[in-house]
Write a protein that binds this ligand. Structure first.
Ligand SMILES: NC(=O)c1ccc[n+]([C@@H]2O[C@H](COP(=O)([O-])OP(=O)(O)OC[C@H]3O[C@@H](n4cnc5c(N)ncnc54)[C@H](O)[C@@H]3O)[C@@H](O)[C@H]2O)c1
Ligand SMILES: [Fe+2]
Length: 387
């Protein structure tokens, strides 16, 4: 067996209503000054209303940074770091989707008195150094799995997204409270849900660090996500479906934290960078065509996943037939969860496709994990097929 290492967040709490117990969850760290990192949409949805009072009752004033935007910019991260430093924060809670949780990770690292780095020193793999502040993550989308990954993504410059990948960024505690996700709008539920499915699919076919534990997480993630995504989108208040999605996204996060994602994400990032297409939708737009491209190299793996994803719809056959069935099933799912499925419907001008292909090539950190080598010409052909 190929040697491997598997890392994840130290502690996972999964219970509807668990976020109301954050005061107790923080207790082992004896914090004197807590910062919650979140976004304006979360505040507006009232998700902090039952969470803040018990924290204030036990720890006094709580700092709240609520200016995180989707695909957070460097400036936003630095503003949050500044608030944490100037107020002497000693514990950080990320409360929101991947955007808020990623900012929280970087604040916990760079605002720590035991870290001498600035944000720009940390970009890339294993560049972050030092010791971070205690970090508790509370996801409110079922998508990125950031609560169990060693990754934070920042928008650098106007259009580029850069990753910070370091084991220091694995949070201390992940709190999965499905009640927080029942009001998530259908479009966000659909996009973030497909993002989670892509995490599991890409982890399962990851060329470099795929291993038996990441495979196990990916399979169970896909079982939960494929069974629950339609209900979560169309009956948002269904707590069972929401719980399945939140756990599924978390398991997918643990899978890709150890067997990294690949070309779907590499081609998705330029769409987010140039056109502010949400991360999950960007993935969804290129997923079927990237799978078709990968088929010659990943056929056996896709065929293993097909019955798990398709459930009763699965029909046995030759690998090539099963793979085509699976891609068509996913194309149908994308329509059923009412996501747009062509780049042309998302404000992408056709003349930009070569630029997108060139930008995708900058994501070599991800492309090395792809089961099939992808050139710029291949990336362009995929964007054209998805147009
Ligand atoms: N760290 C990682 O491992 C990792 C992995 C994949 C993606 N990412 C990054 O994560 C970000 C995307 O995160 P995301 O897809 O979770 O979206 P997000 O955090 O950007 O949130 C999307 C929108 O949903 C709203 N929202 C979130 N939860 C809500 C709720 N419960 N009720 C109502 N509204 C709610 C937010 O206000 C926001 O407007 C991107 O920057 C992406 O690059 C990180
Ligand atoms: Fe993703």
């Amino acid at each position: 067996m190929t040697p491997f290492q598997f890392n994840t967040t130290k502690s996972l709490i999964s219970e509807a209503g668990a976020a109301d117990n954050l005061a107790e969850i923080c207790q082992p760290y004896a914090p004197k000054n807590i910062l919650i990192v979140t976004d304006p949409g979360i505040l507006k949805a009232g998700l902090l209303e039952s969470v803040l009072p018990p924290l204030q009752a036990r720890y006094g004033e709580i700092q709240v940074f609520s200016d995180v935007e989707a695909d957070p910019a460097e400036r936003t991260v630095n503003n949050a770091i500044e608030l944490a430093r100037s107020t002497g924060v000693d514990l950080v809670i990320g409360f929101g989707g991947g955007s808020s949780m990623d900012v929280a990770k970087l604040v916990a690292l760079i605002a720590s008195p035991k870290c001498t780095q600035s944000l720009s020193d940390t970009y890339g793999v294993n560049q972050a150094a030092g010791e971070r502040l205690p970090l508790i993550q509370v996801p409110t989308t079922a998508g990125t799995g950031s609560e169990v990954t060693p990754i934070a993504i920042v928008t650098t410059g106007e259009t580029t997204k850069s990753g910070i990948v370091s084991p220091i960024l694995f949070p201390d505690v992940a709190v999965l409270d499905a009640k927080l996700t029942t009001g998530l709008p259908a479009a966000v539920t659909a996009a973030t849900g497909i993002d989670a499915m892509v995490h599991a699919i890409e982890a399962y076919t990851s060329k470099i660090r795929k291993n038996p534990i990441s495979d196990m997480f990916a399979r169970e993630a896909l079982h939960l996500l494929a069974r629950n995504i339609e209900q979560a989108v169309h009956q948002g208040q269904n707590l069972e479906a929401r719980s399945g999605m939140l756990l599924g996204a978390n398991l997918a996060g643990q899978a890709f934290a150890n067997a990294p994602v690949a070309a779907v994400h590499a081609l998705a990032y330029p769409l987010g960078g140039h056109f502010h297409i949400p991360h999950g939708l960007s993935n969804s737009l290129v997923l079927p065509q990237v799978m078709r491209f990968n088929m010659s190299a990943a056929q056996a793996h896709y065929a293993e996943l097909a019955p798990i994803i398709m459930g009763e719809d699965y029909l046995p056959g030759e690998h090539a037939q099963i793979c085509e069935q699976l891609v068509q099933w996913l194309e149908n799912l994308i329509i059923k969860v009412t996501l747009p499925n062509r780049l042309r419907d998302c404000g992408v001008p056709e003349s930009m496709l070569p630029q997108l292909a060139a930008d995708a090539m900058l994501q070599q950190r991800l492309l090395v994990n792809n089961p099939r080598t992808m050139t710029e010409a291949d990336a362009l052909a995929i964007y054209q097929a998805a147009y």
